[in-house]
Design a binder for this molecule. Sequence first.
Ligand code: HEC
Ligand code: HEC
Length: 321
Amino acid sequence: MQFDLYERPALLFGLVFVVFLALSSVVAIAPALDAQEKYEPLPASEPLSPKAAHGLRVYIAEGCPVCHTQQVRSLAMDSQWGRPTVAADYARLRGMSWWQETPGVLGSERVGPDLSNIGKRQPSEAWQLIHLFNPRAVSPWSVMPRFRELFTVDAEPPAGSVVVPVPQRFAPAEGKVVATERALALVAYLASLKQAPLGQPSQVNTAPSIVTGTGAGLYAVNCAACHQPTGEGVPATFPPLKGDPLVNAADATAHIATVLHGAEGRVIGGVKYPITMPPFGDQLDDEQIAAIVNHERTSWGNHVSTVTASDVARVRKGAAP
Ligand code: HEC
Ligand code: HEC
């Protein structure tokens, strides 16, 4: 018999192989090519700079995706990390080279927070560097490992090097902590992780925010990394807001203006801080800033009059050029 598969194993294996090819084309290869064709990057998203692209390699090499995801689900508990992720958010990711596959930044374990929008949430380079050098210096209960290999300790750092303002308790006894080129590339990559606005937001299931709507929740997400959940700051690195005269002033104008525009180089309680406070005017609206300001004015023993969104709007307008 010509088509007797029992008699002709080559025919059997040939047939199985053809069916295998056909099936994989239909269920895997064709959909993948189709997706690659269809998913344009979001118009407002930007390609990685060469430095940030180097940083993505460091991110993969250091194993950051083992503990961090870059995928926000449309669940209320995820809303603190940003808007729900869409496929187009990954459209700029390509194979790392001809023999290396697309980096697996999506991750699956959430030991640490989702980093899809960390560039907006924590724009401070200094904070990122301190945190990578020793997470416990800014987040006392963190289980994230130190990435000491990204830093060197120099008695006299050469001109142009980036010295990390590590809080004294965590700094080496001698010499200054200097960020290597790999550390700076990694931080440039983290700074580039900003969710681009969607063209048609109505298509996306945006879950209501349970955490981020309140002053305490907004403070936890935007301010606590530096000023700490206790409002006590980190000695000589981030100023305390607990008992701070500016936060406790009856006139809240300077308090609101600081949150809108950031601050740099002040002497607070006799201490000059080595780090810049980032401005929040662009990413938080008047209502959110009022909620945060009020949280600070009524927590940790602070006890002064509260403000409204229109107070924030007034300060926002007043300081505009
Ligand atoms: C063993 C798990 C683990 C690994 C590996 C790890 N992290 Fe983390 N990460 C955490 C945890 C837990 C936190 C939350 C506590 C903290 O802020 O340190 C965190 C917090 C962060 C934050 C702050 C997030 C926020 O929302 O404030 C950033 C940024 C970050 N990690 C970046 C990295 C980078 C970059 C790497 C790789 C070099 C890395 N992490 C590796 C566990 C990890
Ligand atoms: C990257 C770390 C960082 C983050 C995040 C941060 N701050 Fe600050 N903040 C600072 C530093 C550093 C200063 C001191 C600035 C200076 O030296 O002029 C400061 C100063 C302040 C002051 C003024 C204190 C004074 O007496 O002048 C207020 C108020 C304040 N921050 C509120 C906030 C609020 C509200 C948020 C969140 C929306 C926030 N900060 C987020 C680092 C940070």
